[in-house]
Structures are given as structure tokens and as C-alpha cells.
Design a binder for this molecule. Structure first.
Ligand SMILES: [Zn+2]
Length: 385
């Protein structure tokens, strides 16, 4: 009963305490409902569908779940709508860092599109500086509560717009000042990443890092372009790589050229299970490609995408995966180390995070069963106390 295997299946409390690494999280997709209500009031934003925080939270979830792209996009018009002032951006970023730390995340890269926060008269630079200030404030508040988190920003350009090069230059200007990389996001169909080649070529010339939203709704051509034309370091989602993997009836697996390339080159996949379920990329957690991709040793990572719209957190994502695939603390550690290896901060810092924070954290959790057993056999404490 207390075999290593069962003992290694994490409890919800252990999942929560386990050091987790998050690479794909949108700042405008993770606001607290109460904050949205307060910011709407403070900034004179009058478009909210609900003004009661609890009802608003439900509205966001239902709109994102509705299967209607219009309603899904409407959710972001409200969060972005209340993030048009310096104070609002500082607050949202600080709460983001705080919430992630509270969830046991030790390292996060959080992305946002500066061009979407200019309606109140801020400049691109003021937006970046406000968000950076917020992240530092959130890290500080977490530290006061005995929690440790480091947050890096990714600057996103919208793929339907034409400001990618400008945003890439902005990301480059603020590297080493809180911004760790670049991304493009928005509707995949009709807006191939090659539209923004100048931005990617610029970043490569500057030896900078970027990820590209690809292979979420749209399939293999999008992934292929992101990697082979644009030179992406990571794939935002990349879940459709599954279309290039054949599982035969006898259980044997065949990888196409692109899937082989992705695995051979250890291209990180920023997988977001709950978000994929909402957009219909997978029917259930058990059927989500992450199970196969983990088995085949792709560089798979677990991410939240939009915590508010998907009503999720890193702990919730792992709870679903533990339930669907029977993952152990070793699997959780594997995903977390994968993510840390794939982060955009310098190699020595990634290594220190893996060896000094992540591995000791999991070792501690994995050893807890030993003490539980000793306590129960000694008769002083009942199991699970
Ligand atoms: Zn995303």
C-alpha cells in the first residue's frame, strides 16, 4: 500500500506545494474578477457584462466555454479595457505575480501585447515599465509571505496587426530589464507567422529569444513555418504536432519528418490542456495529446494560457493530468525541469533554478511518505493525520 509508486502519486496539497514553472500565461487572461470590477469603476470603463465579482467570474468562464469565438474574444476586450492606465497595469502585474507565487510557481514568463494598452495615452515604453514595476512589486509581496517567485515578461505582437518589428525592437531594448523574449499571438488562420519575418530576423540578428503561437487551432503548416521560416525557440501550444504522429494498432508509433525534428531538436511545446479543451483542440484531458507527447519524450511543458477564462491555475492543470494519466511527482518534476530548461533566462540561472530550487523541492515532497509511514507504524499518529 505504501509502495514507492502509490506514495509518489501527489495529493492536491502536494501538487500545490510542488515547485512549478510556467512559460505560457497571458497577463490579460489572468485578472482577478474583483480587480476587474474595481478597475472598471476607477477608470470609468462601463462595458462590463456583470459588476458583481462572483457573477463576473462565472460570466468569463461561460463565455470562454461557449464555443463561440466572438464571445471568447469579447472576454479579452473587457480585461484589456480596464488595463489602459499605469496604475491598472502595475496592479494587474503585481497581482499576477502574487497569485502565481501563491500557487507554488517559482518561475514564470508572462506575456502581453503592449500595443493593446495605449488607449489611455500611455506610450509603449510606459506600458512595459508599468508591467515590470508590477511584477517586481508582486515578487516583493510574495517574498514577504515567505514565497519565492521570479517573473519575466514576454512582449507579444498581434499577428493581424503590423507592429511586430516595432514590438520586437521594444523587447530588445528592455532585455535584461525585465523582458526576456518576444511572441506573436492572435488568430492563426489567415495570419501566418511569415507575415512578421522582419521581426524574427531582427531578433535573430540580436541573438534574442522568441516563441510563436503556432499549432493551436491551425495545423502542421503553421508549426513548420514558425520553426523553419521564422526560427522560433519554442512553440506556443504546438499541440497539433500530433497530426504528424501515427499510432498503429499494435501500439507502435511513427513520427513524420516535422514531428521527428521537433523531438530531435528538443523544441519546447508550451502545452495548455484546459485552454485546448475550451477551443476544441482536445475532447477531454485523457484524450489530450500531452499524454502521448510525454510518453514519446517530446520537450513537453504544462501551462495555463488564460487562468481567468479557463478557470485554472498550474495546480489545477496538474490535478487534471494526475487524474487523467496517473502522473506522479516524478512526472511533475519532469515537466517542471523541461519548462525550466526551456526558459529564456541565461543558462546558469536556469541550471541553478533546477538544481537548487526544483529538484530539492520535489525531493522533499517525495520523501514525505517515509515519515508518514514511520509515524503510522509507531502508533502515535494516524495516517494523513
Ligand atoms: Zn496563448
Amino acid at each position: 500500500m505504501t509502495s514507492q509508486t502509490t506514495a509518489n502519486t501527489p495529493t492536491p496539497d502536494q501538487i500545490h506545494r510542488a515547485p512549478k514553472v510556467l512559460l505560457h500565461d497571458h497577463l490579460d487572461g489572468g485578472l482577478r474578477p474583483a480587480t476587474i470590477v474595481e478597475l472598471a469603476h476607477a477608470t470609468g470603463y462601463s462595458q462590463l457584462p456583470e459588476t458583481d465579482p462572483e457573477k463576473l467570474g462565472v460570466w468569463f468562464r461561460e463565455a470562454a466555454d461557449s464555443g463561440s469565438l466572438e464571445r471568447y474574444l469579447e472576454t479579452f476586450s473587457h480585461t484589456v479595457g480596464v488595463m489602459q492606465t499605469r496604475d491598472a497595469l502595475v496592479r494587474v502585474a503585481a497581482e499576477c505575480a502574487e497569485d502565481l507565487a501563491e500557487d507554488g510557481v517559482v518561475y514564470a514568463e508572462v506575456r502581453y501585447a503592449p500595443e493593446q494598452h495605449l488607449e489611455g495615452g500611455l506610450s509603449l515604453e510606459e506600458v512595459v515599465e508599468a508591467v515590470n514595476e508590477g511584477f517586481r512589486e508582486g515578487e516583493r509581496r510574495a517574498r514577504e509571505r515567505g514565497l519565492r517567485i521570479r517573473v519575466g515578461a514576454l512582449l507579444t505582437a498581434m499577428r493581424h496587426a503590423a507592429r511586430a518589428l516595432e514590438i520586437a525592437e521594444l523587447a530588445n531594448r528592455y532585455r535584461d530589464l525585465g523582458v526576456v523574449g518576444f511572441d506573436i499571438a492572435g488568430a492563426e488562420a489567415g495570419y501566418p507567422p511569415t507575415r512578421h519575418l522582419d521581426a524574427f530576423e531582427y531578433l535573430k540578428r540580436e541573438n534574442n529569444h522568441f516563441t510563436i503561437h503556432a499549432g493551436e487551432a491551425f495545423g502542421l503548416p503553421s508549426i513548420w513555418q514558425a520553426l523553419q521560416w521564422c526560427g522560433a525557440d519554442r512553440l506556443g501550444h504546438g499541440v497539433r504536432i500530433i497530426d504528424d504522429i501515427q499510432v498503429h494498432e499494435d501500439g507502435s508509433v511513427e513520427l513524420g519528418r516535422l514531428a521527428s525534428y521537433v523531438r530531435d531538436k528538443r523544441i519546447p511545446l508550451e502545452l495548455c490542456p484546459s485552454s485546448n479543451l475550451q477551443t476544441g483542440a482536445a475532447a477531454s484531458y485523457a484524450e489530450h495529446p500531452i499524454g502521448l507527447l510525454r510518453r514519446l519524450h517530446f520537450r513537453a511543458t504544462v501551462n495555463t494560457d488564460n487562468r481567468l477564462m479557463s478557470h485554472t491555475s498550474m495546480s489545477r492543470e496538474f490535478e487534471h493530468l494526475v487524474e487523467a494519466f496517473g502522473y506522479t511527482l516524478d512526472d511533475m518534476q519532469w515537466f517542471s525541469v523541461n519548462a525550466m530548461k526551456s526558459a529564456f533566462i541565461p543558462f546558469d540561472e536556469r541550471l541553478a533554478m533546477i538544481n537548487d530550487v526544483i529538484k530539492p523541492g520535489y525531493a522533499e515532497l517525495k520523501s514525505e511518505w517515509l515519515f508518514r509511514q514511520t509515524a503510522s507504524t509507531s502508533g502515535f499518529v494516524t495516517p494523513e493525520g
